[in-house]
Design a protein around this ligand. Structure first.
Ligand code: PMP
Length: 354
């Protein structure tokens, strides 16, 4: 039975990833060992880790002599704290575009002065603020490129002269950008990278080592770099599953190809939403996310109908976040367009009853 999983994360991954990951659990590459029992210091795992780290830089077109990719235990929320511990000396700027950036701000405030240079709080984060001025003496600017909960996305990346730090949890590897404009990118892996339980950090080496604070070892990016990303026991299976997913993307043709597919999925769904007068999009048109599409019905009665139709069509995890309400269809890289086509049919089916 085909299930159409629109979850905001953890989310659907490619079928080939499930297949290969499950084979590796039983017998990793005919070694007679499960991937779950191999040592993080084994040559097998070091090969997995290094291939995954290199593939990250390759897919982002980043120079491996300037940037380092790290798979770290924790999650994006851990990076909310690791980033200021490593980079905040006196003062940093943050753009507040929703729950996740607010949480990043909260963590940074414990470690130095934080200037909230812009916020879209006034309209429940349905847009991306673009009119702001940065002050002086800032260690970095932090922003969240895609706002998973509200369905908004930065179309233009802030152009600044200070180090640029981005929480790219919900749109990394989904669209072509000049990734060399960022000094640090981080992401919880559970959307476009792999199964939950890790964060990916891509850091420009030269920005580290500038704070004078004593950073606890496990929180210190430089420690992880110095130990070849093996400062402590790695999440062996998690990294392997990330590698399988990164290989899938690479074999597909990389970010350019997936971006075209993502554009097709998002425009099909937004076109449908705009064409049906009993549905409204939640985010401002200009800042609509191509990863998380938020919408609602004009009349409450239609929701009940939609919920029933979704159940019948095996559409799952489409309810909106509790702070926004309505619905949210997450269209991450591995979601096939066929799932969006089924959703579109269901949305149109409601019309006959409206
Ligand atoms: N940032 C963004 C943009 C997110 O979408 C999420 C989770 N959905 C987080 C941060 C927090 O991630 P985690 O649960 O991995 O800490």
């Amino acid at each position: 039975m085909k299930i159409h999983n629109f979850s905001a994360g953890p989310c659907v991954l490619p079928a080939t990833v499930y297949q290969q990951a499950s084979e590796a659990v039983l017998n990793y590459q005919n070694s007679g060992l499960s991937i779950l029992e191999i040592s993080h210091r084994s040559s097998e795992f070091i090969a997995i880790l290094e291939e995954a780290r290199q593939l990250v830089l390759k897919l982002l077109s980043l120079d491996a002599t300037q940037y380092t990719a790290l798979f770290l235990q924790g999650s994006a929320s851990m990076e909310f704290l690791r980033v200021p511990l490593n980079l905040l000396q006196t003062k940093a700027a943050y753009i507040d575009t929703g729950t996740w950036s607010s949480k990043a701000i909260k963590e940074a405030k414990g470690l130095g002065e934080v200037v909230e240079v812009a916020s879209s709080r006034d309209r429940n984060y349905t847009y991306i603020p673009s009119d702001y001025e940065l002050g002086t003496h800032l260690d970095y600017l932090h922003f969240t490129s895609n706002n998973t909960i509200y369905g908004t996305q930065f179309v233009e990346i802030p152009q600044v002269e200070i180090p640029l730090v981005c929480d790219m949890s919900s749109d990394i590897f989904s669209r072509k950008l000049d990734f060399s404009q960022f000094d640090l990118i981080y992401a919880g892996v559970q959307k476009n990278i792999g199964p939950a339980g890790l964060s990916l950090v891509v850091v420009k080496n030269e920005i580290l080592g500038k704070t004078t604070r004593a950073i606890p070892s496990i929180m210190d990016y430089q420690q992880h770099i110095n130990h070849g990303n093996l400062y402590h026991t790695a999440n062996v299976f998690g990294v392997y599953a990330c590698l399988l997913n990164l290989r899938w993307l690479n074999d597909l043709g990389g970010i350019e190809v997936i971006e075209r597919m993502n554009n097709e999925k998002a425009s099909l769904l937004y076109r449908t939403i705009d064409g049906l007068d009993y549905i409204k999009g939640i985010a401002d048109q200009k800042y609509r996310s191509k990863m998380n599409v938020t919408f609602d019905f004009e009349a409450a009665g239609l929701k009940e109908l939609f919920d029933i139709y979704c159940r019948d069509a095996n559409i799952v995890n489409i309810q909106g976040h509790r702070s926004v309400g309505g619905y949210r269809a997450s269209l991450y890289n591995a979601l096939p367009i066929e799932s969006v086509e089924v959703l579109v049919q269901v949305l149109e089916q409601v019309k006959h009853k409206s």
